[in-house]
Design a protein around this ligand. Structure first.
Ligand code: ASP
Length: 330
């Protein structure tokens, strides 16, 4: 069979078109991003062993979520498992190690959202649930509601078989000292080391989930609820746009509907994930002197970690092997 010059030319052209496509790195099949709070986190104030402890715990948290995603599990399960590791660690202001209210108590908030259908669950002002993120998930999965507060949420969590603790379980000496110091200075949050935890993930099916858990802000008034359990403020997920988990001065995050605003900028104004997150955190919030940051990802697995504070505990992991753990700003 004779190969004509035309066939050769067409084959060469096809190769030229296809080769660059083949060479381009494959898109990640799953991605996960976390934060452990934003604030005045400066290199000179963090000793080497404490820094190593934060890095190790963030890595462990991401390992838990990544194992689920790599095995084909759901982003909701990955977000819940990742946050649970950080709630159990006294390093972060969530679960054990939550900050103290003005009344000297620990009151925690958490939420989770499913980007497939907008289903969501949240708990607020809870004092006896070991892992508030599990309770948020239970509200979403097993109740007709989105948000439950205080004793009602605790009673529901207990009925779901979740681990309950005495309020004293959440107390750590480090946070108690922070509370006493803040009280002396009459400053609600002198160092603005917020310390909330959050996670956003996209799984192999392309479903996005986001979750956030916190003890709130030091010296908050008894009964105060922040942005973390408020869907659209501290947490948001939509498969069409992105998933977001926020940390910062909650009152401003509620007023600016931060997490939803990032999603809306993508949906209605066509902004990229990074541009949308920067617009909200670096322009809108900065103009109001509101401190904090967000971690976010879109369905393609693109990651954004944007904060207007000196530092933010943060990290991400992708199925491509790309990974990072960071604390300080540039
Ligand atoms: N956003 C949380 C709150 O206001 C605090 C934080 O992120 O550190 O409750």
């Amino acid at each position: 069979m004779k190969i004509s010059a035309l066939t050769l030319l067409v084959s060469a052209l096809l190769l030229m078109i296809l080769l660059p496509v083949v060479e381009t790195a494959a898109a990640p099949t799953w991605s996960l991003v976390i934060h452990g709070g934003a604030g005045t986190i400066l290199r000179e104030n963090l000793d080497t062993s404490t820094e190593a402890a934060y890095r190790a715990k963030m890595t462990e948290a991401m390992d838990a979520g990544a194992a689920i995603l790599a095995a084909g599990g759901s982003s909701l399960d990955a977000v819940e498992a990742t946050i649970q590791v950080m709630e159990d660690s006294p390093l972060f202001n969530a679960g054990k190690g939550a900050v103290f209210t003005a009344a000297g108590t620990n009151e925690m908030d958490a939420s989770i959202m499913d980007g497939r259908d907008g289903n969501a669950g949240a708990v607020a002002g809870v004092r006896t649930i070991r892992n508030p993120i599990n309770a948020a998930r239970a509200v979403m999965d097993n109740s007709p509601h989105v948000m439950m507060a205080r004793e009602g949420a605790e009673k529901f969590a207990a009925s779901q078989g979740l681990i309950m603790e005495d309020p004293g379980y959440f107390r750590t000496e480090r946070r108690w000292r922070g509370y006493l110091k803040a009280k002396e200075k009459r400053d609600a949050d002198p160092d603005r080391k917020h310390g909330t935890v959050g996670c956003v993930a996209v799984d192999q099916e392309g479903n996005i989930a986001a979750g956030t858990s916190t003890g709130g802000m030091t010296l908050k008034m008894w009964g105060r609820i922040g942005d973390s359990p408020v869907i659209g403020a501290g947490t948001y997920a939509n498969n069409k746009t992105c998933g977001v988990s926020a940390t910062g001065h909650g009152e401003y995050f509620i007023r600016n509907v931060v997490a939803y605003d990032i999603s809306a900028l993508m949906e209605y104004a066509g902004l990229s994930l990074q541009k949308a997150a920067e617009k909200v955190v670096m322009e809108k919030l900065v103009a109001q002197k509101a401190t904090g940051g967000v971690v976010a990802l879109d369905a393609e697995g693109n990651i954004a970690m944007v904060f207007n504070t000196p530092g933010m505990y943060r990290g991400y992991r992708k199925s491509t092997g790309e990974t990072e753990v960071a604390i300080f700003g540039q």
